[in-house]
Design a protein around this ligand. Structure first.
Ligand code: AMP
Ligand code: MN
Ligand code: MN
Ligand code: MN
Length: 284
């Protein structure tokens, strides 16, 4: 068991996907926020891990390899975080490559959809804001729309334009739940169902998802998340216990001052859960 006072943040983003800080800046910020163990979990890419690992060696921070895989499950998009894998693994790398491959075409279609509303240049604006051109995300569109003055903040831009049923949303087929877990496990990592409280699905559908996730070899629920409300955390803890899953914790930090959560600033892990790190060996 790692030191009980260790502070874990096992979910955050850099410019390798839709964060705004470089991987080194994320590591430096995590150190400043008293994080002891950090996983950088960019969307569908391992691109930031080498730089983050390099930066972490000059600090006391322990860096865990991470990724957040986009998944289509029963017509819903869900996210699966992978932790502690071998980032050179060919199966994982190939899987992530196929998941990234559709993003540019999707982004072009989002640009066309927004152009039909009279908002021009959105694809170019999003692309310009992407630190990794293989990874244009809705977040980059959101930042473009805020910069254009179309909306005042990211929350309203998503609500008005970028979520299912809204004019800038484009349906997309991501990896299957089974593929995402297979890729992570092939690389020796643990699969975590990210921010389960955030999916807009009823209680019964969420239970089906958790059941499938467990059956397919998933290891943990992200019980503590920057995207969860105070009430959701104990609910997710109860589900983790019920399904015999471990519990993970992550801020889902993307950017300073964008309304999201700060690195390392989350609720405490509920005491009835077994943390995913309970048997992690190589911690300081
Ligand atoms: P994508 O992978 O391109 O579908 O973009 C998904 C990303 O959009 C998520 O990882 C979040 O960073 C961001 N996002 C999703 N919903 C919202 C929201 N309501 N407000 C702000 N950001 C959001
Ligand atoms: Mn994101
Ligand atoms: Mn997510
Ligand atoms: Mn995330």
């Amino acid at each position: 068991m790692p030191h009980p006072d260790f502070h874990f943040d096992l979910h955050c983003h850099s410019r390798a996907s839709d964060g705004t800080l470089t991987p080194s800046e994320v590591v430096e910020r995590a150190v400043a926020q008293q994080v002891d163990v950090l996983a950088l979990t960019d969307h569908d890419t391992l691109q930031g891990l080498d730089e983050a690992r390099q930066s972490a060696t000059t600090t006391g921070l322990k860096l865990i390899a991470g990724v957040e895989i986009s998944v289509t499950w029963n017509k819903s998009t869900v996210h699966v975080v992978g932790l502690g894998f071998d980032s050179h693994n060919a199966v994982l790398q190939a899987g992530l490559l196929t998941n990234r491959a559709g993003r540019d075409e999707r982004a072009r279609r989002m640009g066309e959809a927004l152009a039909r509303l009279g908002i021009l240049g959105a694809y170019e604006g999003a692309r310009e804001r992407a630190g990794n051109k293989e990874l244009i995300s809705r977040t980059h569109f959101g930042r473009f729309l805020v910069d254009q003055g179309v909306c005042t903040n990211m929350k309203s831009v998503f609500k008005r334009f970028l979520v299912k049923g809204k004019p800038g949303y484009v349906e997309h087929q991501w990896a299957t739940l089974s593929q995402s877990i297979e890729w992570i496990r092939a690389a020796g990592g643990q699969a975590v169902l990210a921010h389960p409280g955030r999916y807009q699905m009823g209680r019964e559908k969420l239970r089906l998802l958790i059941d499938d996730f467990k059956t397919l070899g998933g290891a943990a629920l992200e019980v503590v998340s920057g995207s969860h409300t105070a009430e959701q955390t104990p609910q997710m803890a109860a589900l983790a216990v019920e399904y015999g899953l471990l519990a993970s914790a992550g801020s889902d930090f993307h950017s300073p001052g964008e309304g999201g959560r700060e690195l390392g600033r989350m609720q405490a892990m509920p005491v009835n859960c077994t943390p995913i790190w309970h048997d992690w060996k190589d911690l300081p």
